[in-house]
Design a protein around this ligand. Structure first.
Ligand SMILES: [Mn+2]
Length: 389
């Protein structure tokens, strides 16, 4: 499984924070029903490297349910879980403390944080590395993990865990490494985190897969919310790898995209949406719509009317209005690209010395994860400067 983002309250709603905890609990339930030999997690268990105490406890409760049954867990950090520990001058990650807790409880031999590393768990070799920003040679890390895995056991089935955007697997986020560089290795199953939609690719009898997030995390994922959220059950067998996609029951989303030329169009749309919501039985949906305004529809009116009509039938309503005359093509290019990817892309495209570029990427990474307080960010940059890096 991957990308639970525990602790995030989407749209500042307590219900959405709870939804994410529930999705994680459900993912653990589904995993346990499979009676697996191993559970792997490819990162962004938490939404922040300084998670809320209740998010930490919910994560701990779920992971404990797995190891208590004697089932090992292997995990890596996603980009959301890595931050600066400016006092100790190293990385901060809640998974370091999670590992400590499990060790103290006597489950040290069942909880593996691969940061990076390779271990033998039963008959399987599991290798993994935490998220690395662009500017770090991820292909080199994969190659060295591949060597380590082979040294541990040449003919055992091998699993690689990474949290990266892989070009050739996905389009929407800016990729840090090419598929061919990952495929060069001899891992039988490559489990990936970072991209929030499910992508399963088979190549040469091997499987490369993003299980996707366990809930809708970012607004840009909403248009694809209907495809569902999953964890993957993998059966590594000598005669071939079986993949079973296990769907999670998550909060329903209602997505629409309409052109409104007059007020009649608006009222038809409102009635249609009401009908869809009234037949909804899995809890109150989140409604997300894009409307293009043409003719005599005044800006602001559709948002107001749709919100008012759907308020009691939904948890939250978002309407994005635009003028029909606007150039749709240009905006289409930006769909699915977040601030993080845009800035990383911009920094990478600058004609800079390699060291300066990777410093800029690190500084941006640090700032991006810092949130509103900014204190640790400033200290982090100061200590980078003091170190002469
Ligand atoms: Mn994520």
């Amino acid at each position: 499984m991957s990308d639970n983002h525990l602790g995030k309250a989407q749209f500042h709603l307590a219900e959405r924070e709870e939804d994410l905890y529930k999705a994680f609990d459900m993912a653990v339930d589904l995993a346990l029903q499979q009676d697996p030999d191993l559970v792997i997690h490819t990162g962004d268990l938490f939404d922040s490297y300084r998670p809320l105490p209740r998010a930490f406890v919910r994560a701990f409760d779920g992971l404990l349910r797995i190891v208590e049954r004697g089932i090992p867990v292997a995990i890596i950090e996603g980009n959301h879980e890595l931050g600066p520990d400016t006092v100790r001058r190293r990385i901060a990650s809640p998974l370091i403390n999670m590992r400590k807790l499990f060790e103290r409880l006597g489950y040290g031999s069942l909880f593996f944080r691969l940061g990076p590393g390779a271990v033998r768990i039963g008959d399987v070799i599991v290798a993994g590395a935490p998220y690395a920003s662009r500017g770090v040679r991820i292909a080199d890390t994969v190659e060295s993990l591949n060597r380590k895995a082979k040294n541990l056991c040449d003919d055992c089935p091998k699993v690689l865990m990474i949290h990266q955007g892989v070009r050739g697997m996905i389009k929407a986020i800016y990729p840090e490494v090419d598929f061919s560089e990952i495929a060069k290795s001899s891992f039988d199953y490559v489990a990936m985190g970072h991209y929030h939609n499910k992508v399963v690719r088979r190549s040469g009898g091997r499987v490369f897969a993003y299980s996707g997030s366990t809930e809708v995390i970012e607004t840009r994922e909403i248009p694809l919310a209907g495809e569902g959220k999953y964890i993957l059950s993998i059966d590594l067998d000598k005669d071939g790898i079986e993949v079973e996609e296990l769907r999670l029951r998550t909060r329903p989303f209602l997505y629409f995209s309409e052109t409104l030329n007059n007020m009649r169009d608006l009222y038809v749309l409102v009635e249609e949406l009401k009908g869809k919501l009234e037949s909804q039985t899995d809890g109150r949906p989140i409604v997300y719509g894009k409307v293009s305004l043409g003719g005599d529809v005044r800006p602001g009116v559709p948002t107001q009317e749709i919100r008012r009509a759907l308020a009691d039938l939904s948890l939250y309503v978002i309407v994005r209005e635009s003028k029909v005359a606007e150039d749709d093509e240009e905006r289409g290019v930006l769909t699915g690209v977040g601030l993080e990817e845009l800035v990383q892309n911009a920094i990478s495209s600058l004609d800079l010395d390699q060291d300066v570029r990777s410093l800029a990427l690190r500084v941006f990474d640090m700032w991006y994860r810092e949130g509103k307080r900014g204190e640790a960010f400033v200290k982090g940059v100061l200590s980078l400067m003091e170190d002469g890096q």
